[in-house]
Design a protein around this ligand. Structure first.
Ligand code: C5P
Length: 315
């Protein structure tokens, strides 16, 4: 039986601006997304039977159709109905290292890995644009997880423009293990609180997105100016997640006061990160914040920024 192992990196947001509503119920966004080395491993094994099975070492990860990795395999069987007849089903084992429901796109990264792995296992011969199109059907972050690196993401988050690599910087990430924030809740609360300021006309949306394209954060990334990038970190969803979670606000403040290049919440949270110029600085800030907030519920990770998306491991 053939098998493939893939590395599925997490992402952080360096920038997340909510521009307006979309007809499909989602939000029109302008984001800058960044892969980090913190990653899950996804192993795919051919199965003789016509089933999709998911295993995971993390107790909170569902193993049924509510798991995006399961849905990625299911989507391919629907798009290519003859694959079950030719190859049988698949056994998907997720070795979870990325915190769950954390704003780090862990579930989307797993789904992206399943698309890449099954393309190989089922000999589908899909191109990168075809994989990206399938990924967008599963979730807004899946196309970025396939490509990885540093990218500007507009539309729902699925339209990508690659940016120059930033892989010399580090982050220290922190998350309260018992705190989870639903992405849908964060966006819906943002709409209730700030929907009045949404841009309503298509030209206005386009011109705002293009201002981000040519704006100061992209300039700082092109210049590889870590200090500027740290200053320009921005996430609109902090406006809903921080006020309703005092412990998150305290953590964000501790990172902001730590001497890092900058600090911010990633995606819809609740992971908060500090951008650092070196691994030594990241480790020092981790110790400093751990000492300042002495809470056993608070977990930390140090990770390097990465220029890679889904990677096949040579066995
Ligand atoms: O695309 P994904 O399934 O990851 O999105 C999760 C939820 O986040 C959506 O159901 C929606 O409520 C919200 N969302 C949004 N606009 C986006 C992306 C996500 O409102 N561009």
């Amino acid at each position: 039986m053939r098998s493939y192992s893939l590395i599925a990196p997490a992402k952080i947001n360096l920038y997340l601006e909510i521009l307006g509503d979309r007809r499909d119920g989602y939000h029109e966004l302008a984001m800058i997304l960044q892969s980090i080395e913190l990653a899950d491993q996804v192993d795919l094994h051919e199965l003789g039977t016509d089933t999709i099975r998911v295993h995971c070492n993390h107790p909170l990860v569902p193993l049924d159709q509510s798991n995006l990795a399961y849905r990625a395999a299911q989507l391919l069987t629907q798009e290519f109905p003859d694959v079950f007849d030719r190859f049988g089903g698949v056994d998907i084992t997720i070795n979870k290292q990325i915190p769950v429901a954390a704003g780090l796109a862990g579930g989307s990264a797993n789904a992206a890995a399943v698309l890449v792995g099954l393309d190989l296992l089922w000999q589908l011969g899909l191109t990168q644009p075809e994989l990206q199109e399938l990924g967008a059907k599963l979730g807004s972050d899946v196309p970025f997880c396939l490509a990885g690196g540093t990218a500007l993401a507009t539309g729902r988050g699925e339209q990508l423009s690659p940016l120059p690599d930033l892989d010399s910087l580090y982050v220290v990430l922190a998350k309260y293990s018992s705190l989870m924030i639903s992405t849908a809740w964060a966006y819906n609360t943002y709409r209730s609180n700030f929907g009045d300021s949404y841009i309503r006309d298509p030209e206005g949306l386009e011109s705002r997105a293009s201002r981000v394209h040519s704006g100061p954060m992209v300039h700082a990334i092109v210049e590889k100016d870590g200090a500027q990038i740290g200053q320009l970190l921005h996430n609109d969803l902090e406006k809903v997640a921080l006020p309703s979670n005092p412990q998150l606000l305290q953590l964000r403040q501790a990172f902001a006061d730590s001497g890092a290049l900058g600090a911010m919440m990633s995606g819809s949270g609740p992971t908060v990160f500090a951008l650092c110029e070196s691994q030594a600085q990241a480790q020092e800030i981790q110790q400093q914040v751990r000492a300042a907030i002495d809470d056993p519920d608070l977990d930390f990770w140090v990770s390097k920024l990465s220029n890679r998306g889904i990677q096949l491991i040579e066995l």
